[in-house]
Design a protein around this ligand. Structure first.
Ligand code: NIG
Ligand code: FE
Length: 421
């Protein structure tokens, strides 16, 4: 059975528990000094002083070691919202935005999501596998040990399944654990934009053909929809997510990104695993999410990358008792980054979260959105041994030293899978 001893750590910083931490508990991070961590069979079997470790487990001769070198160990980061399997780039749109055009103007002119749909449809499955694998490798370098990956750039049956298969294949033989989401309801494809009847036909195609096919082939765990005025209206989003649920897919939503569209309330009504973006959420939406226990997945990379002054009301969510999560939204149009530390810095510098709240947001709370809070998201005996060794003697350095990669080593399921060169 594989074993690993992580020793000479200055600090182990971790949220604790098996599900979302909310309200004041979001910032309740345990910080232990001078402890060893022992992993066996992929799990954490010991966290405690070296003396106690020697008493319980002995010297552990021959067991592989990771020298903590006076640094800080945190749980492996969980990126619970990404769009990885795409082809093509959109740097020309990025330049147009720098010149003053808005994201919506670019989309209305045929760019935006539909531009990536064209290049993703044209790409082979192998090409999508290679692109996704390269992005997962970059995520790992920045500390991500588990990632959710969405379809949504195929927007036709075969192309959506191609994206999901590519995500699953890219996950094989590399360390980052991948969870997949069907997002056929990301946009209305070119063939279904002419009028209300054409749009209705696309909603039916998703509910009656694409969702059952994705489920039947076991290609997705979650279903998702872009619920926004002018895209999927609330009643269409509800039908898409109910169809998903009938086929065993857990609902999530892109909700209230540009305008309050009732998406947060729909997430609450359906008991969705999360409502994501929620930048323009109403007060009623926040309260409904709090009552229903729906997590808010905040994606501040989007405001940053689109150069918008507004960010999601993170402090209001914490105050209302809504579990707050941070994710990259890694995609070619609105947030082109694989780096969760970058998003964590935005959480601190733009959303007003504390370093502890931000850590919980990218670990235990993100794992809980993916339904994996019992197994992932904290450094506790019994959990999977997923951990990141950070440069710096304590958690504070993760916020304090920004803009540089803080990751010295990454452990997945008890094995060292990345070391800083
Ligand atoms: O989550 N909101 C919609 N979808 C993506 C953007 C995708 C794109 O621009 O390609 C998002 O931000
Ligand atoms: Fe997204």
């Amino acid at each position: 059975m594989s074993e690993l001893l992580i020793h000479d750590l200055a600090e182990v910083a971790t949220p604790k528990g098996t599900s979302h931490r909310r309200g004041a508990a979001q910032g309740a991070v345990e910080r232990l000094n001078g402890v060893d961590v022992v992993c066996r069979g992929g799990r954490i079997v010991f966290v405690g002083s070296p003396e106690e470790r020697r008493r319980q487990l002995g010297e552990l001769p021959g067991v592989p070691r990771l020298d903590g070198s006076g640094r800080c160990l945190v749980p492996g980061f969980v990126d619970c919202h990404t769009h990885l399997p795409w082809a093509g780039t959109r740097e020309h749109e990025f330049s147009d935005r720098l010149a003053g055009k808005t994201y919506q103007e670019i989309a209305a002119a045929g760019g935006g999501i539909l531009s990536t749909v064209r290049s993703t449809r044209a790409a082979s499955e192998d090409e999508l596998v290679a692109n996704t694998r390269a992005r997962l490798a970059r995520m790992l370098e920045w500390g991500t040990t588990t990632a959710e990956v969405k379809s949504g750039y195929g927007l036709e049956l075969e192309a959506e399944l191609k994206q999901l298969r590519a995500a699953r294949r890219a996950a094989a033989d590399q360390p980052v654990e991948v969870v997949t989401t069907l997002l056929a309801a990301h946009e209305f494809p070119p063939e279904h934009r002419a009028d209300a009847a054409a749009r209705e036909a696309w909603v039916r195609e998703i509910c009656e053909r694409i969702t059952p096919a994705a489920a039947e082939h076991g290609l997705a765990t979650f279903c998702d929809v872009f619920c926004e005025r002018g895209v999927f209206e609330v009643d269409q989003a509800r039908r898409v997510l109910e169809a998903g649920r009938r086929h065993g897919l857990v609902p999530r939503l892109h909700a209230d990104e540009f305008a309050d569209s009732g998406g947060a309330e729909l997430a609450a009504e359906l008991g969705a695993a999360s409502a994501d973006h929620v930048l323009a959420v109403s007060e009623a939406g926040v309260e409904a999410m709090a009552r229903a226990g729906v997590a808010a997945v905040l994606l501040p990379g989007v405001s940053f990358f689109l150069r918008k002054p507004h960010y999601a009301p993170a402090r209001r969510f914490v105050e209302a008792g809504v579990p707050v999560v941070l994710a990259t939204d890694c995609n070619p149009g609105s947030s082109h980054t694989e780096s969760l530390p970058m998003i964590l810095w935005l959480g601190i510098f733009r959303l007003g979260l504390s370093i502890e709240e931000s850590l919980t947001a990218v670990t235990l709370n993100a794992a809980s959105v993916l339904g994996q809070g019992r197994r992932l998201g904290s450094l506790e005996v019994g959990k999977d041994a997923d951990a990141v060794l950070l440069d710096g003697p304590n958690l504070d350095h993760l916020g304090y030293h920004f803009g540089v990669n803080p990751v010295v080593a990454v452990v997945k399921a008890g094995s060292v899978v990345h070391r800083r060169p």
